[in-house]
Design a protein. Structure first.
Length: 415
């Protein structure tokens, strides 16, 4: 496609330059309709059996976005006690929060116990600690189904070579530890990794986890984790994840399990990226263009502190150029090979390398697509840059500031 922004009318009639003038750049801009649609998609992955979609808020923990998730009836996942507290603050009920931490202190485990939040233990050691703290209590354990999936080695969280979860061969010992403390393991979970477009490894992991589930009788829930991918190469017509086909195969595995064990637990998945990713574009301004010894660069105000994924994972984000409020596309402009960078003093501060893009001019706006997941939530203050602001384009077309930009006072407030 030529332009995602145009194809979905992303700004809902608002002029990008007006938004930039009002709120400044860099700016995370969310579209409420797209966000709610993605939430509804994950909420309905399984319809035949009791099922909840737990929004994994590490992908995006903006309070307003969490509140929309709550309105849409999603449960939520927290990977730190702070995320659990942010969820409670946003109005999520404690029964709908699942805490899936790793390597946490006794104090953090105790806080979760005091808050009454279901916790998944990620190692025998942590299970033992939890047992001592919460004798006779209830918990879940995170299991490694033996297969991983994901877009980068750094985001594959199961299979061999990962710090996460309890392996199959330790399962009996986990059950013994729980017994020692009269702990009831009421749920099991897994998370195989992030961003798969081919569901085969995930479905294999589902199979494996269901196999492990047979070690228990009457689990209250089985949670299969997140990782559903989004097409980051939409401008090259990459197709979305096929939820319809996936759900059929997923349900077939659940059918088989239920008929074998004779009971129906609550099933869960934990999407983070899929929920928030496509609803957001990151707006930035080009402040310089240059030709360094034959190599063309465009320098923007979107540094690796604002969006770290390209620097950290070599991730691809499509970029659209906006000039005079119109999207400049390969169809209406010359293209050239260019490297788009940020404003951080690091040579790895790169948004895209040698990419064929419409000719970029100083003063243009750029829109980095699919920025809603692991975007703002991975921002930093390196180079003493402010974390950016976030704006929501509401369903009725208004723009609403949903998090203000940091200020110098914020940076100085810790002293
Ligand atoms: C990060 C994470 C998720 C969400 O992964 P996505 O790829 O964003 O869907 C789910 N479960 C756990 C335990 C996680 O750590």
């Amino acid at each position: 496609m030529d332009s995602y922004i145009n194809s979905v009318d992303f700004f809902k009639g608002n002029k990008p330059e007006d938004i930039a003038a009002q709120y400044g750049t860099p700016l995370y801009v969310y579209n409420e309709d797209i966000l709610r649609n993605c939430m509804r998609t994950v909420k309905n992955i399984i319809t035949k059996y009791p099922y909840t979609a737990n929004f994994s808020i590490k992908a995006n923990s903006n309070l307003h976005i969490i509140k929309i998730a709550i309105e849409e009836g999603l449960n939520c996942d927290a990977v730190s006690i702070n995320e659990a507290k942010i969820l409670l603050h946003a109005g999520q009920s404690k029964e709908k929060i699942f805490f899936v931490p790793n390597n946490v202190s006794e104090e953090e485990l105790q806080e979760a116990i005091d808050l009454g939040i279901m916790t998944a233990l990620d190692s025998l050691d942590q299970l033992e600690r939890y047992g001592k703290l919460n004798k006779g209590g209830r918990c879940a354990i995170r299991l490694n189904p033996g297969v991983g999936a994901g877009h980068h080695e750094k985001v594959i969280t199961a299979g061999k070579n990962t710090k996460f979860a309890i392996v199959d061969s330790d399962l009996d010992e986990a059950i013994a530890i729980a017994k020692k403390y009269d702990l009831k393991i009421v749920g099991i979970c897994q998370h195989v990794g992030s961003l798969f477009m081919d569901p085969t490894p995930f479905l294999q992991a589902v199979k494996n986890l269901l196999y492990m589930a047979k070690k228990f009788d009457n689990l209250e829930f089985i949670d299969f984790g997140g990782g559903y991918g989004v097409p980051y190469h939409k401008l090259a017509d990459e197709q979305p994840f096929d939820f319809e086909g996936f759900s059929k195969k997923f349900e077939a595995l659940l059918d088989e399990f239920i008929s074998e064990v004779g009971y129906t637990p609550l099933f869960k998945t934990e999407p983070g990226r899929y929920v928030a990713c496509e609803s957001c574009v990151l707006l930035g301004r080009i402040h310089a263009t240059k030709n360094n010894a034959g190599k063309k660069f465009a320098g923007s105000d979107i540094g690796m502190t604002t969006l770290v994924r390209p620097s950290l994972y070599d991730s691809h984000h499509d970029i659209e150029i906006i000039r005079d409020n119109e999207v400049v596309t390969p169809a209406n402009s010359e293209v050239e090979s260019i490297t788009v960078t940020g404003n951080i003093c690091e040579s790895g501060d790169i948004l895209c390398k040698d990419r064929e893009l419409p000719v970029i001019k100083t003063g243009d706006l750029i829109a980095v697509l699919d920025a809603g997941a692991y975007g703002y939530s991975m921002c930093s203050e390196y180079n003493s840059r402010f974390k950016p602001a976030e704006v929501l384009i509401t369903s009725n077309g208004d723009t609403k500031l949903i998090r203000r930009r940091q200020t110098l006072e914020d940076l100085l407030s810790l002293y």
